[in-house]
Write a protein that binds this ligand. Structure first.
Ligand code: XIL
Length: 789
């Protein structure tokens, strides 16, 4: 049984599957919605699929949830597990048991609190029972006080009872055991289109929930689906730190807390900027083994799931530390032999659960004292097991997960000095004894004044490398007195830059992680009162100067970008004439240290790709591709007709400006092979000398250099199919000099800058004939098009 639990990916699910396998009651048989409605597919059992073991203040027992309140209200809201996404009418149903309740509720939140007070911006609806009545309370974000309303509890309502809270049109309707108990006007609680599930128990109440589901009308367009923030895939920007680091295999990471995945800015910054995560706390001892032999992996599993969904690697942190140990262990009066068994089981269970999924484990953390003379760190493990516990832990970890690199991680020994000497001696001894250690983690919790120099860090990394060890910067933050000034932030950027340069200068230094994603979620303000602003992203998840500093180190330095003489032509062609919105090829040298393409799936092109920006007359141009010798960019739609100036800025250094000529329209037919026009025949095949278009059939030719459009497209945006964007200037097309009827001329949906002209092939002499397009009097190149018989 326990091995079954451990081998399944999500503990909440595993637990429930186990329960189902043993007891197998049909959990949602008791839940039927009111007449004409049915359970929403996928939302039939929100206890089973709700990841409730991640929600604090909810006890997950077999097939039920229990919420118990002592002297205060207890209001657990499931923000880390799935929430409902709703369209149209919907209901949430629950089987609730609260004998003689004085206030127990199903709590549905449309919008979470957006400010410091719990009620700021909060849109929340509580429906339940209180002193023998149906009780409804709601908040709409402007006041701490709920609007309260009561209904009569239908006669004969027993315990447990089925509650159904439905949004039907502009009403909230409450059903008890399938019959309506009352209704009220919907104050717009769920206008966000989402519903977080939760409960509320007034002081001295215990609420038990034995079923939970969502329903929709059996007929109609209403929809309910589940969305889990920990499976959210962040849209990539093309210029995240991970995009710069990725091509070289270097890892940039952040410590994470899965309860924050529901904060969109957090999840999106994490997934677009970093390619490595480490749980800030979720894999530590007290979190993973809160009671002896009872493991809790919910939070850690969510982190691994998020990382997998976003193509990120995971570090494990940590298996052995003197902190974060549960009382059952430290106050358990265990014998030395028992303590060894507990540690061995813990390591094999935790490391075993993530076997093959982690790139590294911090096996032992901070085993050398924080202060001089840097002897062994006093700890439960040292006391119970003696100093041999370190070697032993690494051996157990290797057995549990042979693929993970095993690290010793410590603080304050990042540069050369007495602490790092002690770390060096410890790991050198381990290496000489054949202990399976692969690397050393340098935590790097520093201040501007206290940070070691780049050369000191580099020397330390080098001597560890000489032992055959890898190094990772595992927990970097640079705390500042708050509020931080602009010069503090600049000095902080220099510290980040120095550390990144020291790491990147040594091939055995493989990762740089910060201890948190943004200043909004850092441990620093709590651990060091008066300090904060320690990370790369600010409270609003905006990049701080340190991001540019690290990016500059990750992107190989190129020297000044140079645009070749005459090196700017319309994309895919040779003409130096372009038009607003057209794509342009720019050739030169030192344009970018890396080859990068705008992220697939993005709805618009970025103006920064890696550390490269291009401006036309000072306006940033959207970028499709950058490489050392070529850039593909879009001319901003706002560019004025006439001579224009192009500048490439790479790594902060700008090129000498180069000229380009902008016309109202500059048609340039795309070609392949020996000057063949890119044309799609009526059967969607590519026109070629051996695949000619029949006279009278329809074909589409693709070109660059559009003129003005009837439905203008924003700069960087992709053309849409609805509405189509058509040329406003007269567009004509000739095949072998014969005019062809133009059916449509305009932008190709899903692309930026790509024009297509749909025409009817004229009837005339067959053969390879020159095709030419004219937009508003500007004629294109002539390219070959094969007309059949
Ligand atoms: C810290 C976390 O950031 C806090 O949330 C927690 O309360 C205590 O631990 N060195 C380490 C990390 O190795 O595990 C610590 O993390 C920070 C110092």
């Amino acid at each position: 049984m326990t091995s079954l639990i451990r081998s399944l990916p999500v503990s909440g699910v595993a637990r429930s599957i186990l329960v189902l396998a043993c007891a197998a009651p049909n959990l949602y048989a008791a839940l039927s919605p009111h007449a004409g409605w049915s359970l929403a597919p996928g939302a039939e059992d929100l206890i089973l699929t709700g990841s409730w073991s991640c929600v604090s203040q909810v006890a997950v027992n077999a097939n039920s949830l229990t919420i118990a309140a002592n002297s205060n209200f207890v209001t657990p809201i499931n923000t880390s597990g799935p929430k409902l996404q709703v369209q149209g009418d919907f209901s949430v149903l629950a089987t609730l048991s609260a004998p003689s309740s004085t206030g127990t509720y199903l709590t549905l939140v449309g919008t979470l609190s957006t400010g410091p007070a719990f009620w700021n911006g909060l849109k929340r609806l509580d429906v339940g029972t209180s002193n023998g009545s149906v009780s409804v309370n709601y908040w709409t974000g402007g006041s701490a006080n709920a609007v309260a309303q009561g209904f009569k509890l239908p006669a004969g309502t027993g315990d447990p009872y089925n509650l159904e809270v439905a949004r039907i049109g502009a009403l909230i309707v409450v059903f008890v055991n399938g019959s309506e108990a009352g209704r009220l006007a919907d104050p717009g609680i769920f206008d966000s289109g989402q519903v977080y599930l939760g409960f509320n128990a007034a002081p001295q109440n215990t609420l038990m929930v034995t079923a939970l589901a969502a329903a929709i009308p059996a007929a109609g367009a209403s929809k309910v689906s589940l969305f889990s923030s920990y499976l959210q895939v962040a849209q990539r920007t093309g210029s995240g730190l991970r995009d710069l680091a990725g091509p070289t295999g270097f890892l940039v990471g952040a410590a994470v807390n899965p309860s924050l995945f529901s904060v969109d800015a957090y999840a999106l910054t994490l997934g677009s900027q970093f390619n490595l995560v480490v749980p800030e706390n979720a894999m530590k001892f007290a979190e993973t083994e809160p009671a002896r032999d009872q493991y809790s992996f919910c939070a850690a599993d969510q982190i691994v799931a998020f990382a997998q969904a976003n193509g990120m690697k995971v570090r494990g942190h940590n298996l052995v530390w003197q902190q974060d140990l549960p009382n059952w262990l430290t106050q358990g009066n265990f014998s030395s032999a028992d303590a060894a068994t507990i540690l061995r089981d813990h390591i094999s269970t935790v490391a075993g659960r993530y076997k093959g999924k982690l790139v590294a484990w911090d096996v032992v953390n901070e085993a050398i004292a924080y202060g001089a003379p840097y002897g062994p760190q006093p700890s439960y493990w040292l006391t119970s097991l003696g100093s041999g516990y370190i070697d032993q832990a690494f051996r157990w970890a290797r057995d549990a997960d042979p693929a993970a690199k095993l690290f010793y991680n410590d603080t304050g020994g990042e540069g050369m000095g007495a602490k790092s000497d002690a770390v060096y001696n410890l790991v050198a001894g381990m290496v000489s004894r054949g202990v399976p250690i692969d690397g050393v983690g340098l935590q790097m919790h520093v201040t501007v004044a206290g940070a070691p120099s780049a050369s000191s860090i580099s020397s330390n990394i080098k001597r560890l490398g000489a032992l055959g060890l890898e190094v990772q910067i595992t927990e970097m933050d640079v705390r500042l007195p708050v509020p931080a000034s602009a010069s503090d932030l600049a000095a902080q950027a220099t510290v980040y830059k120095n550390v990144a340069s020291a790491c990147l200068a040594n091939s055995n230094c493989t990762a740089l992680l910060t201890w948190g994603v943004s200043d909004a979620n850092s441990w620093i303000p709590a651990a060091y009162p008066g300090f904060g602003a320690a990370l790369l992203f600010d409270q609003q998840f905006q990049p701080k100067p340190a991001v540019g500093a690290v990016a500059g180190m990750l992107a190989p330095s190129t020297g000044q970008a140079q645009i070749s003489n005459g090196g700017i032509v319309i994309h895919g062609g040779t003409s130096p004439n372009v038009s607003p919105g057209s794509l342009v090829d720019l050739y030169g040298s030192n344009l970018s240290g890396l080859s990068l393409t705008a992220p697939a799936g993005a709805t618009s092109l970025p103006v920064t790709l890696g550390v490269v920006q291009v401006t036309i007359n000072g306006t940033p141009a959207p970028l499709l591709y950058v490489s050392p010798s070529q850039i593909i960019l879009q001319v901003p739609y706002s560019t004025a007709v006439g001579p224009a100036t192009v500048v490439v800025t790479s790594n902060g250094a700008s090129s000498v400006p180069a000229p380009v000529n902008v016309q109202v329209a500059a048609p340039s037919i795309l070609t392949y092979g020996n000057n063949r026009a890119v044309v799609e025949n009526q059967d969607n095949s590519v026109n070629s000398a051996s695949n000619c278009a029949a006279p009278g059939s329809y074909a589409s030719v693709f070109l660059m250099g559009s003129g003005p459009l009837d439905n203008p497209i924003p700069t960087g945006g992709l053309a849409s199919a609805q509405p189509l964007s058509a040329e406003t200037l007269p567009t004509t097309l000739t095949v072998g000099g014969t005019p062809a009827p133009v059916i449509f001329a305009g932008m190709t949906p899903g692309f930026a800058g790509l024009v297509h002209v749909n025409f009817q092939v004229p009837v005339g002499a067959p053969g390879d004939l020159p095709l030419q397009v004219t937009i508003g009097g500007a004629a294109s190149n002539q390219a070959l098009f094969c007309v059949g018989r």
